[in-house]
Design a protein around this ligand. Sequence first.
Ligand code: NAI
Length: 462
Amino acid sequence: MASFDAIIIGGGPGGYVCAIRCAQLGLKVAVVEGRETLGGTCLNVGCIPSKALLNATHHLHEAHENFGKMGLMGPAPTVDWPKMLGYKDDVIGQNTKGIEFLFKKNKVTWIKGWATIPAPGQVKVGDDIHTAKNIVIATGSESSPLNGVTIDEKTVVTSTGALTLEKIPQKLAVIGAGVIGLEMGSVYARLGSEVTVIEYLDAITPGMDAEVAKTFQRILQKQGLKFILGAAVQGVDTTPTGATVRYKRKKTDAEATLDADTVLVATGRRPYTAGLGLDTLGVELLPRGQIKTDAHFATNINGLYAIGDAIIGPMLAHKAEDEGMALAEILAGKSGHVNYAVIPGVIYTTPEVASVGQTEEQLKAEGRAYKTGKFSFMGNGRAKAVFQGDGFVKILADKATDRILGAHIIGPMAGDLIHEICVAMEFGASAQDLALTCHAHPTYSEAVREAALACGDGAIHA
Ligand code: NAI
């Protein structure tokens, strides 16, 4: 038993970042984590391993599609699947060990095990009860169950099982055209699987700028992914050779089936708070299961806070990290703040898709007067040199003040390009501020500047 200024439950991006910042600000801090390794879903079974597989399969795709065009001749590489999975596991190991090192460096105590909160100010792990002035719930999320579907993580898998399949499926059915479905669908399409994505809505990636979503779907289709849109999955039946997905067309009510070796269920995630004892404590939840918090991440129980996927907002690692840092500042008596209007979202396919701020659809719904500056990567020499001219940057700015309201990019390195616009938005910049900033040539970033120019007197290379 030990006493701390703060005990953080969960060692994912929200929890570990909060802990490190607490320690840097002079607090005595511990993290309770039951997994063998730190880093949570993101490092162990999410963002990082999926990026390793996306990287490996991107190179495979390049070798097959583009090497010959560049005069790189010879047989294209074949896939050693166990070795590729091994590479992915090495990447996970390097990252999780990195967090362990940071804990030691910053004197953050790792209490290994699963926590419950028996009473305010107390955290029980195994038979030990630790006390803390502040307890932070950073327990993240888990895949949402889908009616009529039983997950076995072998034939019918969530993103976790999709990262460790025994073999590459010939046919992969993906339920849900959201971020997980499209990233993992891309991985397997590049590995040769026939990938069919079944989506309830009439468009992919709900919430994304509609023009980007349309272009994205067209590009993914060119890469071999098939889409069945406007279809509600009713259930999945496993068969001796795989599984059959049953779905209903929303418009006609017609029922149909799709056979596959493997089915990936990617229909969203929900807060993971089971087993903490929140009921007994009387912690208030929101209707969709998130822990209710105020603007300072405080729950209705004194000294109990929550951040990340367990509370409201986009379920993104970097949103959790920002909340972790802000809360650490608050616990240390400073003022912590997260600007929810400027949280980028990225899909790590090829091309990448990235967005920040408002979409055109949102601005229209608000009746806001805005202008659009758009620039195609076809006009960007660097993008064309790497066969990635298909895509664009779109900047939305207030019609009267020129202040940037949002940006949406589909194209090379979109996930990195977006941050220039995030910084500009944090400073309340106008599109002209970006347009007047010198951008090195030849870079993908020039496309951002051109889109900013297009908000004013016009792009040069359009
Ligand atoms: P999602 O919410 O992004 O997409 C789920 C999709 O499933 C939606 O399009 C929805 O309409 C569809 N759907 C739901 N029920 C259905 C049914 N019965 N039949 C057919 N379609 C159905 O959820 P996803 O992809 O599972 O991701 C979960 C969370 O993880 C998200 O919040 C996402 O932001 C986060 N994530 C973020 C990543 C990134 O930032 N690159 C990577 C992976 C996950």
